[in-house]
Each structure stands twice: as structure tokens, then as C-alpha cells.
Write a protein that binds this ligand. Sequence first.
Ligand code: FMN
Length: 169
Amino acid sequence: IDRAAFHKLSCGLYIIGSKTGERFVGCVANTVLQVTSKPFQLSVTLNKENATTKAVQESGRFTASVVDEAMCMETIGRFGFHSSTELDKFGEVAHALDACEVPYLEQDCSAWFSCRVVGSMDVGTHVVFVGEVEESGVLSGPHPMTYSFYHLVKGGKTPPRASSYTGEG
Ligand code: FMN
């Protein structure tokens, strides 16, 4: 296995939102994909140790916001390198609520989606969720951030819980 090959896979960067009871949770994910358009469905792959994963399993809902290139590393770090059990991640960043009152990030994002979980697959360390899109909208950020922009321009790192972690940060 040549680990460098995995760095050639293209993907974007997303903020996943969910809630557990009345508490808002969320995390960064690079694993959002559109899987079908009839109906519109997205998938996201989340680590079993993430607080967000448990909330998606409990509530059956998640939001996905497309991160814009303008998003600062502090906000990415807030969602990607801290646990929602210790930090109210949506507390100090501009966000809105979908029709089910699940939060989605608005600040420095290009678009948002609200999904109802219709299926999931246990893939070992992670769970792949498939969600039917019930709402979506375009936000003000004009340039969706790619994962390679995050690494090459922003100097970002990949934490161990990300699906794409290859042991080299
Ligand atoms: N975690 C995942 O489970 N799936 C991912 O696709 C994923 N991609 C990430 C990409 C980047 C660039 C970064 C910085 C983090 C990524 N993570 C991913 C890690 C989670 O965002 C991180 O573990 C977070 O702290 C979990 O927060 P929570 O426990 O509040 O859910």
C-alpha cells in the first residue's frame, strides 16, 4: 500500500451539524458525497468516537455546510480538533436552524443541506450515513474549499479520527 496514493483522492471540506436532546454538536468531515439525485441523497462517513456520530444515530438527522476558502483555521480547528462534549461549537459562530431545529453553519460557507438519515453502514472504525436531502440553500461564500487547498494553502492537518488519516497528519 502506497499511502501517498490516498492523498491524490479529491474531496471537499464540510461542517456536519446535529443535535442530541437540546444540545448542538458538530464536526469537520471531508467525506460528504452526493450519492443520488432522485431523490437527492448525500452520504457522510463519521468516526464512531465522535460525539456527532452518536447524535446523528440518536436524532436521525444531520446538516452539512460546504466550507468556503475564506474560513479561518480557528473555526476549522474548533469543529475538527475539539469534542462537542467539551465545547459548544456553534456557540460563537454564525449559524441557523433547519426545519427540525438542527444547526448548520452559515459563517464562511458556500451552501447548506439538511438530511434525514435513511440508511447507515458500519465500516469498522466509522459509520457511513446516507441522508435524504429535505432542505438546501446557497450561502455567500463563492469558493468551496477543496481538501487539497486545506492542506497546501491553509497548511491544515488531518487528525486520526478522519477517514482520510494515513498516519502522517
Ligand atoms: N471525522 C470523521 O469522522 N469523518 C471525517 O470525514 C472527518 N474529516 C476530517 C477532516 C479534517 C480536515 C479535519 C480537521 C477533521 C476531520 N474529522 C473527520 C475529525 C473530526 O472533525 C474530529 O474528530 C472532531 O473533533 C469530532 O468532533 P465531535 O466529537 O464533537 O463530533
